[in-house]
Ligand binder design. Structure first.
Ligand code: ZN
Length: 374
């Protein structure tokens, strides 16, 4: 493990360097961002950098050779506490924080965090799956956040910070993590040797939304089928919202998984819709620049200046719009805004199937409001 084997997130690391240099390392951090982008990997490296006996703390770096680093590599450092949802449980339970009933308050994270550090001068806790805390466990954690032990650092990992108690959120310093770039995902897939070829890596990376976890799932053909039918419905000029929503919901159902997984899949679908309309908008803007010359390559992308392929389906959809017309661009932005709203709805725990149904119904309504048809 080293800092160089994680991609992206250089800004976040720099933020920690500055905080440490100014003596402002907080007691609690909330790392947020989609799954599979490296929040946990970052937290582990940060912890190792704080516990390493050789590297200076301010560098946010570790040597990999000292006794502390060796214990961390072996997973036996006594001052690093790692917790998450217990296997077979649906929640991050109270026991994780305060121990089993018969030993309540004499074990668990909240107890261990207050013990004297053994191999360093601080204890660090990384708490995974915080979105899955129930009320009891959230309250137990809240007590610790209210009076954290001296020099301790708690790192909470969350995909959906809206699911946390506001009182927990407000006691943590928020650190936002962003999806990986397309090229980083492709490189990681190749490094991990889970794809057959560079072409496959790039194809999967393009659909992954910057999440390595999503990329891993995309090797399952059912995800690709879902993506293809989604694009077909979005590109189709005759919108049949009921049919489209029913098909997408059915395909989502077929992917299975627990409630958390279903919501992630739905997020991925909605993100794919957002990306569809963004692609169309980019395509139109570039054509507008080029004065209607559609042979130019699109060279701008949200993730950076890398070459962005605009899929055939997106171009077919974009052909309905006149790049020279401001009204048409506004019309396209209506589509985009409605899909971004659906992302918010999913964050606020609206039911997945309802979210998909209302999204397609509204997109069909927007589709009928063509400015040139007035
Ligand atoms: Zn070290």
């Amino acid at each position: 493990m080293s800092w160089s084997d994680i991609r992206g997130h250089a800004v976040q690391r720099e933020m920690f360097r500055r905080a440490i240099r100014r003596g402002r390392l907080a007691h609690a951090y909330l790392f947020t961002g989609p799954e599979g982008i490296g929040k946990r990997q970052f937290a582990l490296r940060l912890a190792q950098s704080l516990l390493c006996q050789r590297a200076s703390e301010e560098a946010v770096e570790f040597c990999g050779e000292c006794h502390a680093c060796k214990m961390l590599a072996a997973g036996t450092h006594p001052d690093l506490l790692l917790v998450g949802r217990p296997e077979g449980k649906k929640e991050l339970t109270l026991e994780v924080f305060v121990g089993e009933r018969e030993r309540r308050g004499r074990e668990g994270l909240c107890y261990e965090l207050y013990l004297r550090p053994v191999a360093s001068d601080r204890r660090i806790a990384i708490i995974d799956d915080t979105d899955l805390m129930n009320e009891e466990s959230a309250n137990a954690l809240l007590k610790t956040l209210e009076e954290p032990p001296e020099k301790s650092v708690l790192i909470l990992l969350s995909e959906n910070p809206n699911a946390l108690l506001p009182t927990i959120r407000s006691r943590c310093q928020l650190v936002r993590f962003f999806p990986l770039s397309r090229s980083d995902v492709a490189e990681l897939l190749l490094e991990q040797d889970v794809v057959e070829s560079r072409e496959e890596a790039e194809r999967i990376a393009a659909l992954s939304g910057g999440s390595l976890a999503m990329a891993a799932r995309l090797r399952d053909p059912r995800y690709r089928e879902l993506f293809e039918s989604l694009h077909r419905h979005l590109a189709s000029e005759e919108s049949r919202p009921l049919e489209a929503a029913a098909q997408i919901n059915e395909q989502l159902d077929r992917l299975g998984g627990d409630a958390g997984q279903k919501r992630r899949n739905a997020h991925w679908v909605v993100a794919a819709c957002v990306e569809f309309y963004r692609g169309a908008l980019r395509w139109l803007l570039v054509q507008r620049e080029a004065g209607g010359d559609s042979s130019v390559e699109v060279r701008i992308d949200a993730a950076g200046p890398e070459r962005a392929e605009v899929p055939e389906t997106v171009r077919a959809f974009a052909a309905r719009f006149d790049p020279g017309s401001d009204d048409d661009l506004d019309w396209l932005i209506d589509f985009l805004e409605r899909t971004m709203q659906a992302e918010d709805h999913l964050d606020r725990n609206v039911s997945v199937s309802f979210c998909v149904e209302t999204l397609f119904a509204d997109l069909a309504r927007i589709s009928r409001k063509s400015p040139s048809a007035v």
